[in-house]
Design a protein around this ligand. Structure first.
Ligand code: FAD
Length: 287
């Protein structure tokens, strides 16, 4: 069964997210990671897109290689910020011609957040518009992002749910959450979303902590909440952060599976050790 069929049948899916490296030496690490995660038979591997097109060629190249050389089902991320409709069409045509089936439609963030977005009739302001554009013209299976602990620009969770519903109505077939560490926040969000008519699968975004410096970065950039007990554990033995991160994420996944979450999406940061160890253990239960 493929990714979308498994999701529709409430079967657990495992997906991984990679990014195209900026520096040439990053590609060796990425290929090592790919070799390790391909042994886990992932249902999908997604490749991020640098907002404004900064990784355009690399994203297209990497998803094509995943499909043709590694026989992994890839998903290309695509952001609409700083792209005209014509530019988006060129990228989507290339993905279609490379037989890519999955696209994760996103807005992206402005390069200079203090300046915000440039208003332009030829550009999309929100992802819901990009999803409508894709679904009118193409047959991709389109996913979107969502935020169980609130998008940093949103006034409230209810707004995020309203716009998730809009993305579903425009044709999104699944949503992947921003990384989170507190499952109860995800469950609360899912319950509210279902009440508002969201019926597409909501895939949980999981990130095993790798580095103490990530904590502040995640809070500021993603607005995610890191529980005090996790921070205390790390502060007590910072040298064990990788093991602590693995243990926390593994238990988080077990609880999500018990609570009926079928999709688990791992943000890998192009590093395999933690996610391989977590998924190897999970596979004993789900395969
Ligand atoms: P939108 O759905 O447009 O929402 C953005 C904000 O606008 C929210 O506050 C929302 O509430 C509000 N909003 C939405 N629709 C409307 C409307 N119609 N009217 C008024 N307000 C509205 N970024 C990248 O650059 N490249 C990537 O590859 C990438 N991958 C990601 C993968 C995942 C799983 C996630 C969770 C995020 C990813 N991002 C990526 C980050 C993403 O681009 C940012 O979080 C961005 O700020 C919002 O994108 P979005 O698609 O959720 O936007």
């Amino acid at each position: 069964m493929n990714f979308i069929e498994k999701l529709s049948n409430n079967l657990t899916t495992i997906s991984f997210e990679l990014f195209p490296p900026k520096k040439p030496e990053g590609w060796a690490t990425l290929y090592g990671t790919l070799s390790d995660i391909s042994k886990l038979s992932p249902d999908l591997v997604s490749v991020t897109y640098g907002a404004g097109g900064s990784t355009r060629e690399k994203t297209i190249d990497l998803v094509t290689r995943l499909k043709d050389e590694l026989e992994i089902e890839p998903m290309a991320h695509l952001t609409c910020v700083d792209h005209s409709r014509d530019e988006l069409e060129v990228i989507l045509n290339r993905l279609r011609d490379a037989n890519i089936n999955y696209v994760l439609a996103l807005r992206g963030d402005p390069q200079n957040p203090s300046q915000g977005f440039e208003k332009n009739v030829d550009r999309f302001e929100h992802t819901s518009e990009l999803i409508r554009f894709i679904n009118w013209r193409y047959n991709f299976i389109t996913g979107c992002a969502t935020y169980p602990e609130k998008h940093i620009e949103s006034r409230c969770i209810e707004d995020d749910i309203k716009y998730l519903r809009l993305k579903q109505d425009m044709g999104a077939r699944f949503a992947i959450t921003q990384l989170f560490f507190i499952n109860e926040n995800f469950y609360r969000f899912r319950e509210l979303a279902v009440k508002e008519g969201v019926c597409i699968p909501i895939i949980a975004g999981i990130m095993p902590l790798l580095d103490i410096n990530q904590i502040q970065k995640f809070r500021t950039l993603c607005g995610c909440i890191i529980p005090d007990n996790l921070i205390e554990k790390i502060q007590k033995s910072p040298q064990n952060i990788v093991e602590i991160g693995i243990d926390y994420a593994y238990n988080q996944c077990l609880d999500l599976i018990k609570n009926g979450v079928s999709g688990l999406h791992f943000f890998t940061l192009n590093r395999a050790t933690s996610v391989v160890s977590i998924v190897n253990e999970l596979n004993k239960i789900i395969k």
